[in-house]
Design a protein around this ligand. Structure first.
Ligand SMILES: [Zn+2]
Ligand SMILES: [Zn+2]
Length: 169
């Protein structure tokens, strides 16, 4: 997700651009690219370019209960200031920003949003992903995926607590 900002860098502070983004990005650094789309707004600031992104994508997660893969839609909202490394007019190198984690505009005056998209996507992912809220998980005896229907285990094996209760009754 690269945007050339050489023109915007030459404009006065407060100048802005809007982009419709729609690109394939390797969001989770696993393998497959995912489509990322949405709005990107660039604002010329005193130090560089402020990027505001409102983007949608989708990742593949493993359900923490039934272990099946499922598609998880992600919406990310981010705001990051990108700092130039080279003066756009003179071509002279600029002193690198204090914080090493800063997002930078490279020597060709290009902003690459891939890293921001990756980082913000990771932040939105759930600790314990569920394929659906009421995922029934796996049978502890047979390993059958109970979201796809009941297994063949006898009821007392399926959940010993029930047999305790039926004794009481
Ligand atoms: Zn599940
Ligand atoms: Zn079972």
């Amino acid at each position: 997700m690269q945007i050339n900002v050489s023109q915007l860098l030459k404009e006065p502070i407060g100048s802005s651009r809007n982009y419709e983004a729609s690109e394939i990005v390797d969001v989770t650094s696993d393998d497959s690219g995912r489509k990322v789309q949405g709005e990107v707004r660039l604002l010329r600031t005193h130090r560089g370019i402020l990027v505001k992104g409102e983007l949608q994508t989708e990742v593949e997660l493993t359900c923490s209960r039934c272990l099946s893969l499922f598609h998880y839609p992600v919406t990310i909202n981010f705001e990051e200031e990108y700092i130039p490394t080279i003066d756009v007019v003179s071509g002279a190198p600029l002193s690198s920003p204090e914080e090493s984690s800063s997002f930078i505009i490279d020597e060709h005056h290009v902003i690459d949003l891939t890293e921001a998209v990756r980082q913000y996507t990771l932040l939105t992912l759930p600790m314990k992903p569920l394929c659906r809220e009421d995922c029934a998980g796996l049978c502890q005896e047979s390993g059958h995926n109970l979201s796809q229907g009941p297994c063949d285990c006898p009821p007392q094996v399926r959940d010993p607590r029930w047999s305790e209760i039926s004794k009481l009754l």
